[in-house]
Design a binder for this molecule. Structure first.
Ligand SMILES: *Cc1c(COP(=O)(O)O)cnc(C)c1O
Length: 354
């Protein structure tokens, strides 16, 4: 086996998902709300008609139409659907991979950019964000872009795990400087104040990527990429046929027909994010960063120990300590229901004191 599995792959460790049964789960940026019983009944009626014996619509046309009706997608732009946006990151890497080519992203950011670069055998360049405010370090970014001429740049807007939305002027400067493709990953668009969708007509090297995961449909695995027919026509060739199964297609159309409801949930989450921020900040020994996403990054002494103690009391968040030098003693908590947020705050106060 050692002779055949590529050495980069042997050196990787598999993406780890912690066990979470019975825990208050505030580690994965999920929307904490499910639908009510009446809605579930209507949804089940939709699924009853699913022709499981047939292949699904290969292009997912109904899903795309529904997406267009709720997601500010410019009419002249195309859409590619992915089995989660992770799959789209992989498609992009496959399409742009060639000898010595580079994927560049600021760090810390979404770990799949680096992992997928390694999966496909591309070089990866991580450019540290500014210490303190996690803004793009434009001097370093422009310099590294100049040196490496990256084929692909990923910018998460807002950024995970820091929660901030980078300066729009900085992002435009990157779009103007780079000759390669720039993908703005708007996974947290439901919680952010700004979108780059309208910029698609201004920058021919821009694609916007979104997912329904953080909106409230993480179980469905549906991501999408928006951009010019020229770019997407090429990338589409690499998409495996039928990558979006029929249950996901039907459920997505149903869910987006009920978009008002998802919108209400995300608006509630935004309000609760402010509640959680204020109360976190009020705890002695905790520093928080502002967030335009559905999670909050904070810092405390002995973060690893605080994480373990929360976990021992059934509250699961994410420990980022050790992941990147700028994340020393940092933890990330997803905004839950008001009840979950209260329990988290109570338990946190107990474990910090003791
Ligand atoms: C969660 C997340 C994704 C992954 O989305 P899926 O559609 O669930 O694969 C992509 N980008 C960022 C920045 C994320 O935080």
């Amino acid at each position: 086996m050692n002779n055949w599995i590529r050495s980069e792959i042997q050196q990787l460790s598999a993406y780890h998902v912690p066990e979470s049964s019975n825990a208050i789960k505030l580690d994965a940026m999920e929307n904490p709300y499910h639908w009510n019983i009446a809605q579930i009944e209507v949804w089940l009626d939709v699924l009853r008609n699913a022709a499981l014996n047939r292949y699904p619509d290969p292009s997912g046309n109904e899903v795309k139409q529904q997406l267009r009706s709720v997601m500010q997608i410019p009419d002249n732009m195309d859409i590619i659907l992915g089995n989660g946006s992770d799959e789209l990151i992989q498609l992009l890497a496959l399409a742009l991979n060639d000898d010595g080519r580079v994927i560049l992203a600021p760090e810390p950011s979404f770990v799949m950019y680096r992992m997928i670069a390694h999966f496909v055998g591309m070089q990866y360049v991580g450019v540290p964000l500014q210490v303190g405010d996690f803004e793009l370090d434009m001097f370093a970014m422009l310099e590294e872009i100049e040196i490496h001429q990256p084929a692909l740049i990923f910018l998460a807007y807002p950024n995970n795990p820091t929660g901030n939305a980078f300066s729009i002027d900085d992002i435009e400067a990157i779009l103007e400087t780079s000759s390669g493709l720039v993908v703005i990953d708007e996974a947290y668009a439901p919680f952010a104040e700004h979108t780059f969708m309208p910029y698609l007509n201004k920058y021919p090297n821009l694609l916007v990527m979104r997912t329904l995961s953080k909106l409230g449909l993480a179980g469905l695995r549906l991501g999408f990429l928006v951009g010019s027919p020229e770019w997407l026509g090429q990338i589409e060739k690499l998409r495996l046929p039928y990558n979006i199964n029929i249950l996901t297609q039907l459920s997505t159309v149903f869910a987006l027909q009920n978009y008002v409801l998802l919108k209400q949930q995300t608006e509630q989450i935004k309000l609760d994010r402010e509640y959680l921020s204020e109360h976190l900040e009020a705890i002695d020994g905790i520093n928080i960063w502002p967030s335009e996403a559905n999670f909050i990054l904070f810092q405390t002494a002995n973060a690893q120990k605080v994480f373990e103690r929360l976990k021992a009391r059934n509250v699961l968040i994410k420990c980022l300590h050790g992941g990147h030098p700028t994340l020393e003693n940092c933890l990330r908590v997803t905004v839950g229901t008001p009840e979950e947020n209260k329990i988290f705050l109570q338990v946190l106060e107990q474990v910090i004191e003791n």
